[in-house]
Design a protein around this ligand. Structure first.
Ligand code: CP3
Length: 340
């Protein structure tokens, strides 16, 4: 078992810098497209054999140092009793958004073993196959709430901020339910065999720091506090576009903080104190000519040399248009420049 990734998460010395990419299983891979061509995205997410296959694809192809469970952050939201659809080119849609007291009251807190057995089965299947650690994941409550309240993706988050400011008690009731659901879901993943857990806060960066502290952070803290009582797997918290929020995100309780590319990693490391760091190459840097891409990776590794544990990653998910050859060049460069 290659445990370099887990060591880096715990801030222990490693022989080289471990690397994985957010969204490493997905549309940029012809191998994924082939599987996806036969089923819808939701059918794929609910089929443990196929989920196992697409999770393993990038590990076999690129030699990543960690695998991430193939699923989606919105799967447990469907289990809360909501209709969820994925529309080609438009992303996720909740046809019945959650905006009233009655709609919040109608949400259930699902038992993960009963409602999402396919996720837990995928984890068990993967653990039999993998020689690198398996990362489980969830969305952060605030990010999940934006999808429920807006009814899908958004640019200005009008409905979400309106509810936060005009109806804070209703917002809190909704967030508490999502938090409880997420907490049970991550605990179930750890029980099933996930060896690290990442919480994706993809939209944290749209909040003013004062609002992040009140309307997003406490729910993340609550999940991590619950997890610490039942498991010691490393916890990674990724607040996308979060460089203005670091003074708050360091108090979330995670072992590792993920950084997006907008902040120089050296500066980030100086501000996150005792945490290990994950990141933070701009996903678009994979479109640079080989020499420039390698130079950037070399520089990033040097900038991160002072970290108490560095896990190399992109600063957000890999773009679907990325050439797999470029991904291969990047992974190889991380390994070579860091001494593997
Ligand atoms: O390889 C991996 O990272 C594991 C699988 C994974 C997916 N989604 C598969 C997926 C993970 C970890 C996610 C997380 C996720 N899902 C996030 C947080 C990370 C981030 O990017 O900020 C968010 C916000 C979602 C919600 C979501 N799912 C959106 C907005 C979309 C549509 C846009 C898009 O990227 O396609 C999805 C669909 C989705 N999730 C796909 C995949 C591979 C594409 C589906 C397809 O095959 O058509």
């Amino acid at each position: 078992m290659n445990d370099t990734f887990l060591k880096a998460c715990r801030g222990e010395k490693t022989a080289y810098t471990p690397v994985w990419f957010m969204r490493q299983a997905g549309r940029y891979l012809p191998e994924y497209q082939k599987v996806r061509g036969k089923v819808t995205f939701l059918e794929l997410c609910k089929n443990p054999e196929l989920c196992t296959e697409v999770t393993l694809q990038p590990i076999d192809i690129f030699d990543f140092d960690a695998a991430i469970l193939f699923s989606d952050i919105l799967i447990p939201m469907e289990a809360m009793n909501l209709r969820l659809e994925f529309h080609e080119g438009r992303g996720p849609v909740f046809p019945d958004p959650v905006r009233s007291r009655q709609e919040v009251d109608e949400l259930i807190i699902p038992d993960p073993e009963e409602t999402m057995p396919f996720v837990l089965e995928t984890i068990r299947l993967l653990r039999n196959e993998l020689k690198v650690p398996l990362i489980g994941f969830s969305g952060a409550p605030f990010t999940l709430a934006t999808y429920l309240i807006e009814g899908g993706s958004s640019k200005v988050f009008y409905q979400t901020k309106r509810m936060m400011f005009e109806e804070p008690a209703l917002y809190d009731a909704l967030l508490r339910k999502i938090t409880r659901c997420t907490s049970l879901y991550l605990q179930a993943q750890a029980r099933a065999g996930a060896q690290a857990l990442q919480i994706f806060d993809s939209w944290a960066g749209i909040l003013a720091p004062v609002d992040y502290a009140r309307f997003a952070l406490p729910y993340v803290q609550s999940i991590i506090t619950d997890l610490r009582k039942v498991t010691d797997v490393p916890i990674i918290y990724f607040a996308n576009n979060g460089s203005t929020l670091i003074e708050h995100t360091v108090t979330a309780g995670a072992d590792v903080l993920g950084l997006d590319w907008r902040l120089n990693i050296k500066e980030g490391i100086a501000r996150i104190g005792e945490h290990a760091v994950q990141g933070n190459l701009d996903p678009m840097a994979l479109f640079l000519p080989k020499e420039e891409l390698e130079q950037r990776i070399k520089q990033l590794l040097e900038d991160a040399a002072g970290a108490r544990g560095h896990i190399f990653n992109l600063g957000h998910g890999i773009q679907p248009q990325t050439s797999p050859d470029q991904a291969r060049i990047a992974v190889e460069a991380v390994h070579r420049f860091s001494g593997r």
